[in-house]
Design a protein around this ligand. Sequence first.
Ligand code: NAG
Ligand code: NAG
Length: 460
Amino acid sequence: MIEVLFFGCFLTFVNADGVADVVLSCSLVEEGAGLGGMGGGALFTRTPATLVLRDVPVGPDESLDTLTPFVPPSVPDPDLILFENKGDSFFLQRLASVSVKSAPFVLNLSRSVPAVSSAEIPNAVMLLHADCNELEVMCEISRYAPRGLPERSDPAYFMVSLSVEGLDISTSLILQTLPVEKDQSTLTQNKLSLPLSQSGTLQTKVIFLVFSNINSVSAPLRGDVLLNCGFKQEETSLAPEVGLEWRLQHRGKGRKVLEMKRELDNTEGATVVHGERKGSSVDAAQALREGNVSMSLTELKVGDEGTYICTVNLGNFHAQQVIQLHIVQPPQVSLSEEKLILQKSSPQTLSCHCAKYYPLDTQMEWFFLPPTESEPKLFPNQGSLSSHRQHGDGTFSLSSHITIPPSFSPGTKITCKVSHPAMDEPLYVSIVVESPQPDSYWWVLGFLVVTVLFFYQVMK
Ligand SMILES: *[C@@H]1O[C@H](CO)[C@@H](O)[C@H](O)[C@H]1NC(C)=O
Ligand SMILES: *[C@@H]1O[C@H](CO)[C@@H](O)[C@H](O)[C@H]1NC(C)=O
């Protein structure tokens, strides 16, 4: 699967009654006909396309009052690819409520509405006063062939992959074209050979979608995680049974994690859940009631890391979501010495140990702060690193060794700073260098003096 970010924009037009038209600039992705690349896979062609999501309910928001509904081009153009979603956009309520409330407006008309020139959007200029916030929307549309149906069936189907960077929203939806009443004036879309509506749009409805509200999750080793995935379908069920599969893909290897089969309208019906990984589960009741097929994993191991693919099958249709799971475990940090007493003649070694962390990237830095100064300084020589050790559970350990010269002044504070992706802030461990001890000769002498004084007192 290719993944190319399309720098698109959300453009929202609001009608008086709290519904908005969301206009997305997308690309129509097609396999290049007869241009199968050698070894590099098929070539894909991309054509700009626009997806208009009509009448998406939005919450009350003052700044939206001045916006107007989306107006299709006055003269239909068979070269434009303008998908218009007429069905009740059940899922988009969620999308819109998130995106509109957090105001991710990017109002670049030249870019977001390639199918419509600004002249045809009344009040377009007024849109521009809204706070603009660059936001990447990836929207890709491709032809979708349901399993078991002829490739160019009527109605036609399209798969739309939609994700909004920074909002962690990702949806795959299947559009079905609506019947068009044809007469002599009916135009046919040049590229797709599909009849256009009077206004030059391809009228569609969303029949099925799979979504996730998180694209990437981090969880601690031995912890639990819920990988979010849900599906929705139109009112009349597409199939009597829903099939779910969760797979894990990592470093070129793939395996099935969990599988579920469930009859949709028979609440008594048997559910077959087969978890290949111990501690993986899906709430079958919730899957049935709400279409929530999130999978929970317990007792996470390093080997659970990777790309999870949630696939929902409904009869001839299937759609997926992809979620990255990262395992993170902060290091246990310690110094080799509890006390560091300077020796008159020989330098001393101090080690900073980072134990049992994951992933590998950790950074250790040494600082020193002489008692006479206020700012710690970086050691000119950052010491030597041991090689990484990997433990049975996949975690790593690493040590850094530094040499403390005898010339250091007592009272100097030595700090090891450790940074690791599992910790928001670096961790510091410090030790204060102590003055050399008095020679043992003086200890013996002192002890003798005390003893003599003691006996002197007793014998008196
Ligand atoms: C709008 O998009 C066009 C095409 O990508 C770009 O050339 C232009 O600079 C953009 N304008 C703003 C204000 O971002
Ligand atoms: C599924 O349910 C869990 C709570 O049980 C919730 O946190 C999550 O957001 C739900 N996911 C979907 C896709 O509805």
